[in-house]
Design a protein around this ligand. Structure first.
Ligand SMILES: [Zn+2]
Length: 146
């Protein structure tokens, strides 16, 4: 009996919405959300969203982790990189990680694209992000395009 109560309790917790975005990262998250909502009816996200700083190992500057069952995603940004980075680099990084987690976007080989695997010189970030969002609205979520 207790076992079942525990299971019910756990399931409730999994689907309980919790969103934590570090105050310094909120602007970038809102910017991305606004861009999505310009083109899509809604920005579909799992019940739990965590976006915060961490000290990442090696040369990693950002990381998107999604749960197997779509119950949450977590973005971690390297604190040291962020402190040294200028506004544009911060924007590139946040758009990159959000596109992984929200749009399920993979890396590309074009070095001028924000979805290139390493830190790079992005040409016209806004246009690139908008194109990916537009594609996501219609392909991954039919009927979600405005
Ligand atoms: Zn990446």
């Amino acid at each position: 009996m207790l076992k079942y109560l525990y299971l019910i309790f756990s399931l409730c917790f999994i689907f309980l919405p919790i969103k934590y975005v570090h105050p310094e990262l909120k602007y970038y998250y809102q910017y991305f959300k606004y861009k999505v909502e310009e083109q899509c009816i809604e920005m579909k996200e799992p019940p739990k969203v965590f976006i915060y700083f961490s000290n990442l190992k090696d040369y990693n500057i950002g990381f998107c982790h999604e749960s197997y069952f779509g119950t949450y995603y977590r973005i971690t940004i390297d604190r040291n990189y962020w402190t040294e980075a200028d506004f544009q680099s911060r924007m590139n990084l946040m758009m990159h990680e959000l596109s992984h987690c929200v749009l399920n976007k993979d890396h590309v080989t074009d070095k001028t694209n924000y979805m290139y695997k390493d830190d790079t010189v992005v040409v016209d970030l806004d246009r690139q992000v908008e194109a990916d969002i537009k594609q996501w609205c219609s392909l991954s979520a039919p009927g979600n395009r405005k």
